[in-house]
Design a protein. Sequence first.
Length: 192
Amino acid sequence: MERFTGYIYTITGACGGVYIGSTLRPKQRLCEHLKTGKMMRSVKLLQSPLKMEVIDTRQYKLKKTLRLVEQFFIDNNECVNIQRAYTNRDGMIYKNLKKKDYLKNREHYRELKRKNYLENKEYYNEKNRQNYHKNKEIYNERRNVRVECECGCMIIKRRIAEHRKTMKHRNNLIAKEQREIRERVFKMRKNK
Ligand SMILES: [Zn+2]
């Protein structure tokens, strides 16, 4: 089987955020990323100017292996990647390892996240503000969705936790239970 050269690269934003990717043609890949229309979601999180750097060059037989190596770099570095490079059973194992590692070092990761936020506070606040304005209507709609509580009430979703603590909810539940008992007794008498 013919071998090819695969590259693992990073794209670093002015904000310090890092995207990790793999490619067969590194220069062409950066050009694609820079053309705003074709940027991947993860790269959009980065603040320009962007800087590309090849961090690993190897010979491969299969593209699948290149993606697996890429996923290894994603799992072992702080990066902004949203999409996975490699998914299947092996991918699941990597994911679980990452989760285990996260749970074991939760404090460490929280601290990293906090530090990163504080260092780039203005950037993140601006991002959040833009995001909020872009999705304002969706957020508001979601917040005002009505759902049926187990007591039978229709409640605005964001108020349900509060509602569950009320006397009204408790009384409704008691009434519902008594109604069910009466119905059961009624059925039993009918069946005799
Ligand atoms: Zn209720």
